[in-house]
Design a protein around this ligand. Structure first.
Ligand code: NAD
Length: 370
């Protein structure tokens, strides 16, 4: 732990990519560290993108903090809350607003919010005048451990999620776990699914930590939160540094996600939060791994049990048509030529890509989770 001015920097790491560097800072105090960062940068103007919920809760303190920054203007752009606003229409609103504000190439876009806002804000920053600087301040656990890390930005099309986007890294990702105190419990648990994912795919120690400390984590004990956020960021940053554009290794982050995307699409994105679908998806992937003889029943039990302890769903609802779900998996943008390629597990902390998994295995995996 480093003392930095009156802020305590808990963790500080850099993601180094060929073209862009990104710095992740986690602080237990408010965001004074952000001001220190901005002071050194000389941005001409700053636009803060936040949804109305987040802005009502946390917007004013951020504006106040930015009072001390020399910039032509610091202005918020408040958008409605919800996945449907991660859209091209909303991106266009942002670009138009930025142009009307006179934002030039030396401007900065700060995205304050959950994954919807950091994905949209990052995309807007990546495209406005061919790219202006971006800072992400994630306010959900999903944002802190996943969405804000790794440079994937996107908006949805009516025909599919995250179809239009760019790899574009924020210059700074400022993580302040105190934001989680106002986050609804269901959203918090949804973010935990991704933390569980990192444990299963890469880190038996993290998995064991979760098994032991879930009650403290669910009580939002600061020390436990800092541990899981730091660990998750470090694991994701490491994968992204090795394979930024998902040519190989990065695909392991999709553990459970091909199942999850099908479940989300089949339920029109209005039944499950992303992390809830991922939780069911990870349990399906565990069952598929068992079907393929890669793991034993004990592994499946562990995967299901940790999700249950986190208060996450582990079963699909009986009214979902499994054949339709499998067809949706075939159409997933990560499936090639109609083949379903899945990340399957060998043990806690080790997974592998299995190509062209047969329909029967997938069907059995879904049936095991009915
Ligand atoms: P979200 O951004 O929709 O936020 C969830 C809700 O919580 C919103 O209503 C928001 O207003 C509210 N909220 C946010 N922070 C709050 C706080 N501190 N207190 C009170 N309310 C708060 O949901 P999310 O789960 O953070 O993000 C989901 C999005 O992230 C999806 O669009 C998904 O595609 C994307 N995502 C992207 C990546 C990536 O690598 N880029 C990874 C994972 C998820």
């Amino acid at each position: 732990m480093i003392l930095y001015k009156n802020s305590v920097i808990l963790q500080n790491m850099n993601i180094q990519m060929a073209e862009q560097d990104s710095r992740i800072v986690s602080t237990s105090e408010r965001l004074e560290i952000l001001v220190e960062f901005l002071k050194d940068q000389d941005f001409s103007s700053i636009l803060i993108i936040a949804d109305h919920r987040i802005f009502a809760l946390h917007g004013e303190p951020l504006l106040k903090l930015l009072d001390t920054i020399k910039a032509n203007s610091v202005e918020p752009m408040i958008i409605p809350s919800g996945e449907q606003y991660k859209s091209l229409a909303m991106a266009e609103n942002c670009w138009t607003h930025m142009h009307a504000m006179g934002l030039d190439r030396k401007s900065l876009v700060i995205a304050l919010g959950g994954g919807v806002v950091t994905d949209l804000g990052g995309f807007v920053a990546s495209t406005y005048m061919r790219g202006v600087a971006n800072v992400a301040i994630p306010t959900t656990l999903m944002g802190m451990v996943d969405a804000a890390i790794g440079g994937k930005t996107a908006v949805n099309l009516p025909t599919g999620k995250n179809i239009v986007g760019a790899f574009y890294h924020p210059k700074l990702i400022a993580i302040a776990p105190h934001y989680l105190n106002s986050l609804p419990d269901r959203e918090f648990r949804s973010g935990l699914a991704e933390v569980i994912k990192y444990g299963v795919i890469l880190d038996p120690e993290l998995f064991a930590y979760l098994e032991k400390h879930l009650p403290a984590i669910l009580n939002k004990n600061l020390k436990s939160l800092e541990s899981i956020i730091y660990k998750s960021c470090a694991l994701k940053a490491d994968v992204v540094q090795k394979d930024e554009k998902e040519q190989g290794l990065r695909a392991i982050l999709n553990w459970g996600h091909t199942f999850a995307h099908a479940i989300e699409t089949a339920t029109n994105y209005d039944t499950y939060l992303h992390g809830e679908a991922v939780s069911i998806g990870m349990c399906c992937a565990a069952s598929a791994s068992l079907e393929k003889g890669l793991v034993d029943k004990e592994f499946v039990k562990k995967q299901v049990s940790i999700c249950q302890q986190a208060g996450l769903p582990t079963k699909i609802s009986k009214d979902l048509d499994i054949d339709h779900l499998i067809d949706l998996m075939k159409a997933d943008k990560k499936s090639l030529s109609g083949q379903i390629n899945l990340i399957l597990a060998k043990k806690i902390g080790q997974v592998e890509l299995v190509k062209n998994v047969d329909r029967d295995t997938i069907k059995k995996a879904f049936l095991a989770r009915l």
